[in-house]
Design a protein around this ligand. Structure first.
Ligand SMILES: NC(=O)c1ccc[n+]([C@@H]2O[C@H](COP(=O)([O-])OP(=O)(O)OC[C@H]3O[C@@H](n4cnc5c(N)ncnc54)[C@H](O)[C@@H]3O)[C@@H](O)[C@H]2O)c1
Length: 335
């Protein structure tokens, strides 16, 4: 199954990793970037198809690797190996490895080919597609980066077999997000069906939604903001949870106050079905501070995404005090 994206193909095929050489142009010098939490066999499987001088660069797992330090390590390895503009970089891992490797590929010699082989549910459903690459800087997420399209994205659901259930559900949160705003049928699958039985369907449906949105607004001038549903409050939670909650878990909580009452009840039940949190015990004032840090109490407003029923969303302009009220409704520790 191939989805046509903006100038590149997304290949979704069970077992494709073992045929990487058929699908990707690897007969050249390749840097394969992975992290030390990704089973090494995935990067090794790709290396087996690469030309002479190719190598694997393993970075530490975790968000901390989306840093200038790790970026520099990768660029150093590329330079020392003498990679030329006709060589390429391949990411084998989750969103961290994908964002980092894509950015390295975008700036090495002003841009070399980049293939993304996502291995987490979140990266297969969401982050590997859309061309956003980035690192974090000065405590701000994704603040340094580039829009840089991969040459191809290759998705093999077999790699999900080594993920924990919590990581799987973390990724599903982003798919539930897309279903809530844009696809009642997919929402129905989450509400009444068993998505664990059909990961390929969930991946394909999610990527089709994301791809359609990105095709209309690649640089996030308007419509692409729908993909931020749940993320404004979610980021405020993520900034204050001391790493205890995963990204998708924070988004799960952040979506709830942005729903109509009836949808909120349904979405809450869906999130609970996938062991995703529906509230947190972080001080509401701290979340508000992170969300509204530069907004005046009654002056500036924020554009937010709201959903009224599965598949229907609206952009609304909200005052900081309205946001505070919404944040209060999802914290167990209301202050
Ligand atoms: N570029 C985008 O459009 C976009 C969109 C959403 C999120 N993101 C970014 O994605 C990142 C989160 O991605 P993530 O959730 O994939 O996290 P991640 O990349 O940190 O991976 C989660 C963990 O799973 C491990 N892992 C990866 N694949 C595995 C496998 N197959 N088996 C066992 N363990 C495996 C990793 O080592 C890591 O410890 C964040 O940095 C976020 O900003 C980017």
């Amino acid at each position: 199954m191939i989805i046509k994206a903006q100038g590149y193909d997304i290949l979704i095929e069970k077992g494709s990793l073992s045929k990487a050489g058929e699908y990707l142009d690897l007969n050249r010098r390749v840097i394969i970037v992975t992290d030390d939490g990704v089973p090494g066999k995935y990067a090794q499987a790709v290396l087996a198809f690469c030309g002479g001088g190719s190598f694997i660069k393993t970075v530490p797992q975790g968000e901390g690797s989306k840093s200038f330090g790790t970026l520099q390590d990768i660029l150093k390895a590329m330079t020392e190996a003498g990679l030329t503009r006709s060589d390429c970089a391949v990411a084998v891992g989750g969103g961290v490895v994908g964002d980092l490797t894509g950015f390295a590929a975008s700036i090495y010699m002003r841009g070399i080919d980049f293939y993304n082989i996502p291995t987490t549910m979140l990266s297969q459903i969401d982050s590997s597609v859309g061309g956003k690459t980035a690192i974090n800087f000065l405590g701000l997420k994704n603040i340094i980066g580039a829009f840089y399209r991969p040459k191809k994205v290759m998705i093999d659901e077999n790699t999900l077999s080594t993920l924990t259930l919590r990581q799987i559900n973390n990724g599903l949160a982003e798919s539930i997000k897309m279903a809530t705003t844009s696809d009642p049928e997919l929402f129905d699958l989450f509400e009444s069906g068993n998505p664990y039985d059909v990961p390929g369907t969930v991946i394909e449906k999610s990527l089709r939604i994301k791809n359609e949105v990105v095709s209309k607004d690649e640089k996030e001038k308007g419509l692409r903001r729908v993909l931020n549903f749940g993320h404004t409050i979610g980021h405020g939670i993520e900034a204050n949870c001391e790493g205890k909650l995963y990204h998708g878990e924070c988004v799960a909580i952040g979506m709830l106050p942005m729903c109509s009452d009836s949808l909120r009840a349904r979405l809450s039940a869906v999130l609970e079905k996938y062991n995703l949190p529906t509230s947190c015990d972080i001080d509401a004032a701290k979340i508000s501070e992170a969300v509204l840090h530069d907004k005046k109490s009654n002056g500036d407003s924020i554009t937010a995404v709201c959903a009224d029923e599965p598949g229907k969303f609206r952009f609304i302009s909200m005052k900081p005090d309205d946001f505070r009220e919404k944040i209060n409704s999802i914290t167990e520790n209301r202050k």
